[in-house]
Design a binder for this molecule. Structure first.
Ligand code: PBG
Ligand code: ZN
Length: 321
């Protein structure tokens, strides 16, 4: 192999031509919060995530079409119901906030991919991702409810349902229920590898999904584990997941890269609320440059092997970058 002085790595350094990783707006998915308590065209700022809002249904339609005009054609919708109960009934109410929002976005905005978060925590009084008995989050009884939520979201027009509760067997249960009801074309993006991360802190204010007791360590993965992530992905793929997700993203690039190397399914990574909040707060203080750090972070996620990135920065990414 030739070396210096024939070889000069600096020769091509500045050329965009040789970039190995390119990010496009097609890779990005914008998460949005839709709050049944917000009315008209209003939106309510989320204190823990400056620049992000809880929208009314009409406000969300406007936001989706604005994102669309910036090239962001996929959105991940979270619903915040006016009423919560012990069963999370609003999650599968056909007139619930998410179902109405999906119908309205589908009607008003063309050529948009609607992904709906499929979980109980925003809808259930204690805030856990499953049914609870004697302080325990129950697995199997929760599966049935997840199937019902999936069908109601598919009926409303969701293109992809995204189960985020880390219940064992959730993908299988949802796929069977969707197929039974004739929704064979509704896809499943599974939060296959979701770590029990402190980086979700700001989201819990955003989605009003904080839990009233305990924590999520009986269902979300310990951040010390990597091999377990591969088993989680394998199981979800076998159960019928069309897209698998790793979450969070920037602290977990090793996991993204391992999953990419072993599986050929489309891979998404969730650049979560805490990642957004850290960059936002530090840039507000003048410690770092928001745009530059965002660009570096999102490119790193793609370089690690993610095909899709769910990010609150989606609207700030410009194709010219
Ligand atoms: C709940 C859910 C969470 C996120 C997405 N869905 C939080 C949690 O598990 O407590 C986190 C998203 C983010 O932090 O941006 N099922
Ligand atoms: Zn949840």
């Amino acid at each position: 192999m030739k070396m210096f002085p024939a070889v000069r790595m600096r020769r091509l350094r500045k050329l965009k031509l040789i970039r190995e990783t390119r990010l496009s707006t097609d890779d990005l998915i914008l998460p949005l919060f839709i709050d049944e308590n917000v009315e008209g065209e209003n939106k309510k700022p989320i204190d823990s995530m400056p620049g992000q809002f809880r929208f009314s249904i009409e406000g969300a339609v406007k936001e989706v079409s604005e994102a669309h005009s910036l090239g962001i054609k996929s959105v991940l919708l979270f619903g915040i119901p006016a009423r919560k109960d012990e069963k999370g009934s609003e999650a599968f109410n056909n007139e619930g906030v998410i179902q109405r929002a999906v119908r309205m976005v589908k009607k008003e905005v063309e050529d948009v991919v609607i992904i709906t978060d499929l979980c109980l925590c925003e809808y259930i009084s204690h805030g856990h991702c499953g049914l609870v008995e004697n302080g325990e989050v129950l697995n199997d009884p929760t599966l049935e409810v997840l199937g019902k939520i999936a069908v109601s979201q598919a009926e409303a027009g969701s293109d992809i349902v995204a189960p985020s509760g880390m219940m064992d067997g959730m993908v299988k249960a949802i796929r069977e229920k969707l197929d039974d009801e004739g929704f064979t074309d509704t896809a499943i993006m599974s939060y296959a590898v979701k770590y029990n991360s402190a980086l979700y802190g700001p989201f819990r204010e955003a989605a009003d999904s904080g839990y009233k007791f305990g924590d999520r360590s009986s269902y979300q993965m310990a951040f010390s584990n990597a091999r377990e992530a591969l088993r989680e992905v394998e199981l979800d793929v076998k159960e019928g997941a069309d897209i698998v997700m790793v979450k969070p993203a920037i602290f977990y690039l090793d996991i993204i890269s391992k999953v990419r190397a072993k599986f050929d399914v489309p891979l998404a990574a969730y650049n979560v609320s805490g990642e957004y909040a850290m960059i936002t707060a530090a840039s507000e203080k003048g410690y770092l440059n928001r745009e530059e750090v965002m660009m570096e972070g999102l490119t790193a996620i793609k370089r690690a092997g993610a095909d899709l990135i769910i990010t609150y920065f989606a609207k700030e990414w410009h194709p010219s970058r």
